[in-house]
Ligand binder design. Structure first.
Ligand code: SF4
Ligand code: SF4
Length: 145
């Protein structure tokens, strides 16, 4: 990957973050993609604010290259995955516009510790963007449609 994940991930990154991500080369994107934690944001971005049912969303996601993660028991939309990481990771970085990227991708906080080891990502997702919070928010959403 030639462009750095944090460049792809956040316009509000500080220069130190950008340097870290440039050096890293995007291990986060090469692992598991981030997810959209906030249902309102997700439907605003991809469906003009229209609230879809689960069945409707299942039908529409493939055309967007997205999938539903259901391991937690609550369906949560995410980018598709390939063997080498996120399906939206291209040569120039993330193929989503910054404003469209999954909440977790935008929230990830780069950590020097990631660079201090040979592989893997030790960068941190703030608690409000955790998978558990996402699970709760999507569970609440699915109960309203
Ligand atoms: S793994 Fe961490 S340091 Fe590397 S690109 Fe992603 S956020 Fe930046
Ligand atoms: S959506 Fe973009 S920023 Fe998020 S994991 Fe995929 S390539 Fe990386």
């Amino acid at each position: 990957m030639s462009l750095l994940t944090k460049t792809m991930m956040s316009e509000k990154s500080g220069s130190q973050d950008l340097l870290l991500c440039r050096e890293c080369g995007g291990r986060c994107c090469q692992g598991s993609p981030g997810i959209w934690v906030d249902p309102e944001r997700f439907f605003t971005l991809f469906f003009s604010g229209q609230h879809l049912t689960l069945e409707q969303l299942r039908e529409r996601l493939p055309e967007l290259g997205l999938v539903l993660w259901e391991k937690t028991g609550v369906p949560i939309p995410a980018p598709g995955s390939l063997v080498n990481g996120c399906a939206f990771l291209g040569i120039e970085g993330c193929r989503f516009a910054v404003s469209e990227r999954p909440c977790q991708c935008l929230a990830l906080v780069p950590k020097q510790e990631t660079l201090n080891q040979q592989q893997g990502c030790l960068c941190q997702i703030p608690e409000e963007f955790s998978r558990e919070v996402a699970r709760q928010r999507w569970q609440d959403y699915w109960q309203t449609v």
